[in-house]
Write a protein of this length. Structure first.
Length: 132
């Protein structure tokens, strides 16, 4: 029975690896369908059970939710990431701004600015918030 287990184990591992490979192929399809946000969101939603801990996927899914005018769901998704990037901070700021939470938006724009101080985008967004 040990021999049977040794023979079956690689197939179980390959199935998991294949499902991740298939999920990444679907992510590429969703990325390329920028003109059809609903289609992309359908793909991202189906892949969540497989890629729930993949940072790149979570960023794409959150951005897709933001583009589909679902910033609350986008915030829930992006805060599941392990470590945020410059683009994530900007996206979070934009989502909070869409939710009319300018204090939180300012916080994340400042985080983006502190992370990459030579970039002008956070500074412009901070100045826009200050002027409004």
């Amino acid at each position: 029975w040990i021999v049977a287990l040794i023979l079956i184990f690689p197939f179980l591992f390959c199935k998991k690896m294949y499902s991740k490979f298939y999920a990444y192929r679907q992510v590429v399809i969703a990325e390329q369908s920028t003109s059809n946000i609903d289609f992309a969101n359908q793909i991202y939603s189906k892949l969540y059970s497989t890629l729930y801990n993949d940072n790149y996927y979570l960023s794409l899914f959150a951005e897709s939710q933001y583009n589909a005018n679902h910033p609350k769901l986008g915030l829930k998704i992006i805060f599941q990431k392990h470590g945020l990037t410059y683009a994530d901070y900007l996206l979070i700021g934009d989502m909070y701004l869409k939710e009319k939470n300018s204090d939180s938006a300012m916080k994340y724009y400042l985080n983006a600015h502190y992370l990459l101080p030579n970039q002008s985008v956070p500074v412009k967004k901070i100045n826009q918030l200050k002027n409004n």
